[in-house]
Design a protein around this ligand. Structure first.
Ligand code: GYE
Length: 349
């Protein structure tokens, strides 16, 4: 539990040009409230206006549909109507760029920083500086490998539990079909190396998989959470291994699975319900529900990107001098080809 001791009066935003190269056009907008810098930086509120809470939001990039839903959720929540000036930075899937953006936003003296870190490591120095400069930081979605006293809180999903749930679903499915004693070869498509979402899911999966001596990991490879890499990595796997050896494909997000499905189709493979390949992924996107309804995807472990409301609540609590928790987990479920039809109309992303 932490309490915010500062921020009773808002700091006037200094000259935005301080941001130099990367941010050179932020604040150079017309009388309208939108500024775009090659889609990398956007801010919708009037600048130099202390009536707004200025929030610097550093996103990972645009690697997946989950990410787009998360970005849009921040835009929809951190509006001028809600009292915010949101400065959005697209990390462009480059963690150095993210760290540099954090330094720049600190120099700009934003009121809050929200960071969706691409990878866990490399944040200590900039978080230490943010604390010295009295800029509270919220870590959103993926975690950081840094002392929790350096930031207000982390809001996101329990990635390890998601991995465990995926493997537990596999066991229950096999058991239901009298197949739990069968030898199984599993292919895993991993998310970005060093990203806590990938680390946690892999850890959960491996922990459960190791409990079954008849389950074998044929190969586990990184496809960076993107659909394109999902296709390419799967294509290579299908070149390297006999197709009939593959019993299960687990992808650490839906988009990589969509890509892998394309590769399997191109290779003439069938997958999903009533085939020899069990398909499992994470996120539970709308498109995943459609594929589950078709029986092509068998399960998607939900990961909820709609977490901006919690970040907003945390900031409001800090503004009111209230204490906030250090961790906020988002509620999530597991959806399958059997229940997708029941839930698809409620999906928001
Ligand atoms: O699963 C994936 C995205 O960090 C939880 O990142 C997030 C993951 C999500 O690109 O689709």
């Amino acid at each position: 539990m932490k309490k915010r001791q500062f921020l009773k009066f808002r700091l006037l935003l200094p000259v935005i040009g301080i941001l130099g190269g990367l941010f050179c056009t932020v604040g150079c907008g017309t009388s309208q409230n939108t500024v775009e810098t090659g889609n990398l930086i956007r801010s919708d509120a009037p600048k130099h206006n202390s009536d707004y809470i200025t929030v610097g939001f550093i996103q990972t990039g645009k690697e997946s549909d989950w990410r787009d839903a998360n970005t849009n959720d921040y835009w929809d929540t951190f509006t001028t109507e809600n009292g915010y000036n949101l400065i959005y930075v697209d990390g462009n899937s480059d963690s150095n760029r993210q760290v540099k953006a954090a330094y720049d936003l600190i120099a700009q003296k934003v009121d809050y920083l929200i960071i969706d870190p691409i990878v866990e490591d490399g944040w200590d120095d900039v978080l230490t500086l943010a604390q010295q400069e009295n800029i509270p930081v919220i870590i959103s979605d993926r975690g950081v490998n840094a002392n929790p006293s350096l930031y207000e809180c982390w809001i996101g999903s329990d990635f390890k539990t998601e991995g465990i749930n995926a493997a537990k679903w596999l066991y229950s499915y096999l058991e239901k079909n009298g197949r739990e004693k069968e030898n199984l070869n599993i292919v895993i498509l991993e998310g970005t190396a060093g990203a806590s979402a990938a680390i946690g899911r892999t850890e959960g999966l491996l922990e459960e998989i190791s409990k079954h001596s008849n389950w074998n990991i044929l190969t586990s490879q990184c496809a960076n959470f993107t659909q394109g890499e999902g296709t390419n990595v799967m294509k290579q796997i299908l070149t390297d291994y006999p197709h009939e050896d593959i019993d299960v494909v687990i992808s650490e997000n839906d988009n990589m699975m969509f890509g892998a499905m394309k590769a399997m189709e191109q290779a003439g493979m069938r997958y999903g319900v009533d085939t020899d390949v069990i398909t499992i992924s994470f996120d539970a996107l709308y498109e995943a529900f459609e594929l589950m309804q078709e029986g092509k995807l068998m399960v998607s472990v939900e990961c909820n990107p709609l977490i901006a409301g919690l970040s907003h609540q945390v900031i409001q609590d800090l503004e009111a001098g209230k204490t906030v928790d250090s961790v906020y987990y988002v509620e999530e479920s597991v959806f399958t080809y059997e229940n997708a039809a029941e839930y698809i109309s409620d999906r928001k992303y």
